[in-house]
Design a protein around this ligand. Structure first.
Ligand SMILES: Nc1ncnc2c1ncn2[C@@H]1O[C@H](COP(=O)(O)OP(=O)(O)OP(=O)(O)O)[C@@H](O)[C@H]1O
Ligand SMILES: [Mg+2]
Length: 151
């Protein structure tokens, strides 16, 4: 009853799932940043993993707001997390029509001209997350980061 064993059990039970919904406006990005800050802290990602995952999620959310929902504030972006098999999963979903992920990514991988001001988001996302899976339509992406044990 209330002994050390119970304490260690309690610590291992992380919030299994949480979600946030934002309007499709860039001024919502601060809320996402704060949500991510608390999430990576809670899950226990190291500083490098936390930075990478936060940036990957940021790029995915900006794409959802800009390209998916075209900044229509009536449309929502849903951001949800889950912890599965020692990985932090973050799902970003918009209400747009999606896009041809393979074609866009293939183009970006081929080369982004140094003078091109945009077109690096997908590249960053694939480099920074350990797994990136888009749904068929392209309006939802699932990013995963392995949670490495600290110490
Ligand atoms: N959620 C989305 N819905 C619809 N189209 C998308 C979505 N995400 C990406 N795209 C398409 O893929 C293209 C490439 O995305 P990427 O993030 O690499 O570049 P960008 O957003 O145009 O520029 P940057 O991210 O460098 O500012 C976008 O221009 C857009 O056409
Ligand atoms: Mg982008």
């Amino acid at each position: 009853m209330g002994d050390a064993t119970d304490d260690s059990k309690v610590r291992r039970v992380s919030i299994p799932r949480s979600a946030m919904v934002i309007a499709s406006a860039l001024d919502q990005l601060g809320r996402v940043k704060q949500w991510m800050r608390e999430l990576v802290e809670h899950v226990g990602l190291g500083p490098r993993e936390a930075f990478d995952m936060t940036l990957a999620v940021h790029e995915a959310v900006v794409n959802a707001i800009m390209h998916g929902n075209k900044q229509d504030v009536r449309k929502r972006v849903e951001i949800a997390h889950a912890c599965e098999d020692g990985r932090l999963i973050v799902r970003v979903k918009d209400e747009g029509n999606g896009f041809d992920v393979a074609r866009r990514l293939g183009r970006a991988l081929k080369s982004v001209s140094p003078t091109e001001p945009s077109g690096r988001g997908l590249l960053l996302i694939t480099r920074l997350a350990d797994e990136v899976v888009y749904n068929e339509r392209g309006n939802e992406v699932r990013l995963a980061k392995v949670i490495r044990r600290r110490g």
